[in-house]
Each structure stands twice: as C-alpha cells, then as structure tokens.
Ligand binder design. Structure first.
Ligand code: SR1
Length: 344
C-alpha cells in the first residue's frame, strides 16, 4: 500500500476510535466504558409526579452522555413489582442498578442478591443499610430546617400547624426528625393535625385529608408539607375552602408546574426547599458509573437543596426549572460523584 494512503487510513482509524471513546463515556474513559455496550438500570418505586419524572430524565440524560444503555423500570408504588424489577435488571446483565425509593425491608435481600451477582448498587432515598451501597440524598435535614426557619420568619414562633407525613420513606423520615426537634425547641408551635398519603394520586388524596383537617381546625395558619405532591394537595384544599389569606404552606421540591402554583396570585404556597431532581438523577448515574469503573463515589452522595420563596420567584420572574437552573448555580449543578472522564 502506498505510504501516504496508509498514513491517511491510520489517521482515520484513530479518529474513529477517539470518537467512539468519546461517545462511550468521554475522553480516557476507563473499562468498561471505553468499549461501550454497558447496561445500567434504574428501578423506581414511585412512578407518579413531577419529581420522579425529572429525576428519571436527568438520569437518562447523564446515561446518554456516558454512552450507556439505561433501562428504567417504573415501580408503580408496588413493593413486589420493585423487587421483581431488580431481579429483571440482574438477569438483563445490568452492570449497576440504581434503586430509587422503596420500602427497605422489601429490598435489602434482593439488593444483596445483586451485589452477590457482581452488580453494583446505588440507593437514592432508601436506606438499605449496606456498606457496599452508596446512598444518594438531598440533605433532608437541611431541607426541612430551611423550610421551618422560613415559617418562623413569616409567622413568628407561636402558631398552630398541620403536618403532612407518611412514615417509612427515608427522605420523609429524615425531614420528620427535624420537625420533631423543631417542635421541641419551639414550644409555641403546636401541631394540631397530621395526615398524609403516598399513592398514585397523592395530591388528590392529601387534598381531601387537608380539607377535613382545615375544616376541623380553623386555628391552623401554617402547614408543613415537605413533598411537593403534599403541598399541591394542601393548596387545593386551601383554595377550595377560601383560606388563602389565612394559611401558609411550606414544602419541599420544585418543578415548573410547582413554580406556576407558587407564584400565581393568592397562592398560599409561600416557600419550598428543593434540589433540581434532574441533577440528583444525573448524580445517581455518575455514582453507579464510578462503581462500575472500580472507582469510589463515597458512601454518602449529597445534593444540597436551596430555599425558594414565593417572593423571590415572583421578583426574579423565574417561570421554569430551566430558568431557575440558569439563575441559581447551586440549583442547576452538583459536583457530587464527578470525575474527569464523565461528561456532564
Ligand atoms: C414519598 S418520598 C417523596 C420525596 O422523595 C424525594 O426525596 C423528594 O424530595 C420527595 O419529597
């Protein structure tokens, strides 16, 4: 072969190899990401709601940038289905499984089964009590503290409150620890009603419960509802009962639809504390990729939330999560579980 032609072919082959490497996980990606053909799985428990949709789309976007095939299994709030889907992910040949929420007791053994089969496991907001399983979370203690500090700022330290809670979900349990401590350190704050539900129509169920509680306790002026589906339900009830001038709602989470609900005229939803769920989804996939590459993402992977007030959102005319990400860098990006070879 003519030497110029051979040099041209070699150069073309190297360029193609480089491009393939970049497509499969960035420059200098370690094995197995250097070859492509890596499968990961994301097994959820809660399929309904903005938070989980955005979390999954962030995970999918990060997987795409890594050049990996991410299979998403929706758990549909069914513990048996979630277990079954973890088994399916193992059988599918996933190199790592991200387990997103769920009931620990129904997951611990099947997560161990994955580890025994050589599959890496990352947990988001479910405590699987296993030193081999890194835990992704949103700093729920800080999240609850920021929301409750805001409630004190707006209402003073003497008020009657309703609290929305369902035990057994790691993030809600952590937020509950702060609420319990908050009531102890603020004796003027009295919890006069407690309710909650997590199902496929959480906001609607909570709306009915909130309507009953607010009607039975007209003295309630503050509702601590630390999950956006809870806050939506309470807001519906407040609107229906015409209590908008009397009751204020403090929550967790944010979505574009939530921003609309918070900023609309007369909304009782005055503050929320939130991460960008897409950023948390991306961090979960990066953690899984690091484990697959034999690198250590750390045991605790934390994405910090930010306080978003109704006033702040209205004043800045922020209308979408994308605009919020652009305006508040701490919301739009996280350094959790990053590496030079992982494209962001
Ligand atoms: C039922 S648990 C709901 C929470 O999970 C995520 O951590 C979100 O922040 C949401 O509030």
């Amino acid at each position: 072969m003519h030497s110029t032609l051979r040099r041209t072919l070699i150069a073309a082959a190297s360029a193609a190899a480089l491009a393939a490497t970049a497509a499969a996980g960035g420059v200098n990606a370690p094995a197995p990401f250097d070859k492509g053909d890596v499968k990961l799985a994301l097994v959820g428990f809660i399929s309904a709601g903005d938070f989980f949709e955005a979390y999954q789309s962030g995970a999918q976007a990060q997987a795409k940038k890594l050049g990996v095939d991410l299979r998403i299994f929706p758990g549909k709030q069914d513990p048996a289905l979630e277990r079954d889907q973890i088994e399916q992910a193992i059988n599918l040949g996933a190199k790592a499984i991200v387990i997103d929420h769920g009931l620990p007791e129904s997951l611990k053994d099947v997560a161990q089964k994955a580890l025994d089969a050589g599959v890496k496991v990352v947990a988001f907001d479910v405590n699987l009590d296993n030193p081999k399983i890194p835990q992704v979370e949103q700093s729920d203690h800080l999240l609850a503290r920021l929301a409750l500090d805001e409630a004190i700022k707006d209402n003073g330290d003497k008020f009657k409150a309703a609290y929305v809670y369902v035990a057994g979900f790691a993030p809600l349990d952590r937020r509950d620890e702060v609420w319990t401590e908050f009531k102890r350190s603020h004796p003027g704050v009295e919890e006069v009603a407690r309710f909650g539900a997590v199902n496929s129509t959480t906001a609607a169920t909570v709306a009915d419960q909130a309507k009953a509680a607010l009607s039975a306790h007209p003295e309630i002026t503050v509702v601590f509802a630390p999950y956006d589906e809870f806050a939506r339900g309470v807001k519906l009830a407040v609107n229906e009962l015409g209590l908008n001038d009397k009751v204020k709602v403090y929550s967790a989470d944010v979505s574009t639809a939530d921003i609309r609900e918070i900023t609309e005229a007369g909304s009782p939803w005055v503050a929320t504390v939130a991460t960008n769920p897409a950023v948390v989804g991306a961090a979960s996939i990066r953690a899984a990729a690091l484990l697959v590459a034999g690198q250590d993402p750390g045991h605790s992977i934390i994405v910090e939330p930010v306080l978003l007030t109704q006033k702040g959102l209205r004043d800045s005319s922020v209308a979408t999560v994308e605009e919020l990400s652009a305006k508040v860098p701490a919301f739009g990006k996280s350094n959790a579980a990053t590496a030079g070879w992982i494209p962001e």
